[in-house]
Ligand binder design. Structure first.
Ligand SMILES: [Zn+2]
Length: 386
């Protein structure tokens, strides 16, 4: 069953021209298929509740209900300890392009009078030009929004997903493949190509039904390797996007702060962060493994790093929010020769304890990390001496 579904998905990827990347069945723990309804609409969420009625946030909600759905995304039912859990979802660019390429969306009104569109084309769009880029979404999953429900939120306003605004995915299939607890691949199979899939999952005629198939021969090492390859490729892509944004910043000094923030977010909170998460799993300084508070810091500052240096994992520390802030402000650094921690004299003994900073901590560093650390350490020293 599991393998038949993978075959079907690979046929779809081939059809929409995602060449050279068939899904390797051994890389995934399992598959969830959800037959979508007209309630599954990509909406723009206005921050009216937060008092920011001027700004909008494009936020894609994917709701998975039922106990099987719970267990697919969390390890136990009623896992309220992880109300918010940052996750990564790979999305194929051509998948979204295919959905976007419908030629006759029919407008409908919901009960609040809002307009949405149902993909209506029975004419299958022509095959798309070769384009194998895989998009990476940093999303989060939220447990138990209303009862047994997982809500997946993709909050990135840059995502191509948002081009599908106000589209409802009636009868389309949402397929989630699980690499592990934090990493997934998402596919949306348009309904006109779903016959075989729905036959396999026996969801003919039903909407909002989840189907889960587990992989009996999951290979963790292989999943890790495949993830690493795609992330490395995506980091390069993010770097291009960041450079484009940086150019925009240079041409619009007035727009500075926001765009600079986006640039940093693209690189340090996106794929670079994933890369470090994949390698290290926890804060470089302490035992924190909760991904929602773990961020990626460039050791040599992003602004003065070369393209290669920006995507070199040796140039990164995975740090919890507290340690990230301290490192970013040069209140802690590391001796590039010994790896011994250096803590600013401005932080007294009591605060060191509260911040989980030990004077005897030693950071194990590769030679490349040591060379990146030189400048950070010098800045720390000169800051302490002023
Ligand atoms: Zn920490």
């Amino acid at each position: 069953m599991y393998l038949h579904i993978i075959d079907e998905l690979n046929r779809f990827l081939n059809f929409i021209n995602v060449p050279g990347v068939p899904l390797n069945p051994n890389a995934f723990q399992g598959i969830l298929v959800k037959k979508l309804s007209n309630q599954n609409i990509i909406k723009d969420k206005r921050r009216i509740n937060a008092g920011e009625n001027a700004s909008t946030v494009n936020q894609t909600h994917l709701d998975i209900t039922g106990q099987q759905g719970m267990l697919f995304f969390f390890e136990t039912l009623n896992d309220t300890t992880t109300a918010f859990q940052n996750i990564d979802i790979d999305l194929y660019d051509n998948n979204l392009k295919y959905l976007y390429a419908n030629d006759a969306a029919i407008p409908q009104s919901d009960s609040n009078g809002n307009t949405y569109f149902v993909r209506s084309s029975t004419t299958v769009p022509p095959q798309l030009f070769p384009f194998d880029l895989m998009l990476h979404s940093t999303a989060y999953k939220k447990y138990g929004h209303t009862g047994n429900q997982v809500q997946i939120n993709i909050p990135d306003s840059d995502e191509m997903f948002t081009q599908l605004q106000h589209c409802a995915f009636q009868n389309d299939a949402l397929v989630m493949l699980r690499y592990d607890y934090l990493r997934y691949v998402a596919l949306i199979i348009p309904y006109e190509l779903c016959n075989n899939l729905y036959t396999l999952t026996n969801t003919h005629g039903n909407q909002n039904v989840n189907f889960v198939a587990l992989n009996p021969t999951y290979n963790q090492a292989l999943a890790h390797q495949i993830q690493h390859e795609t992330i490395t490729r995506d980091v390069a892509y993010d770097d291009v996007a960041a450079t484009t944004l940086q150019n925009t910043l240079n041409n619009n000094p007035g727009a500075g702060i926001d765009i600079e923030r986006i640039v940093k977010t693209r690189v340090s909170q996106g794929s670079f962060r994933r890369l470090l998460l994949l390698e290290r799993h926890q804060c470089n300084l302490c035992d924190i493994t909760t991904t929602s508070v773990l961020g990626a810091s460039h050791i040599k500052e992003w602004a003065v790093s070369s393209r290669e240096e920006r995507i070199d994992s040796n140039n990164g520390l995975l740090l919890c929010a507290n340690h990230d802030a301290l490192f970013d402000r040069h209140q802690i650094s590391f001796n590039p020769n010994s790896g011994d921690i250096c803590i600013s004299a401005s932080i007294d003994a009591e605060q060191r304890e509260s911040l989980n900073l030990s004077d005897t901590f030693n950071l194990s560093m590769t030679d490349r990390m040591k060379s990146y650390m030189q400048e950070h350490y010098q800045k720390f020293i000169s800051k302490e001496n002023t």
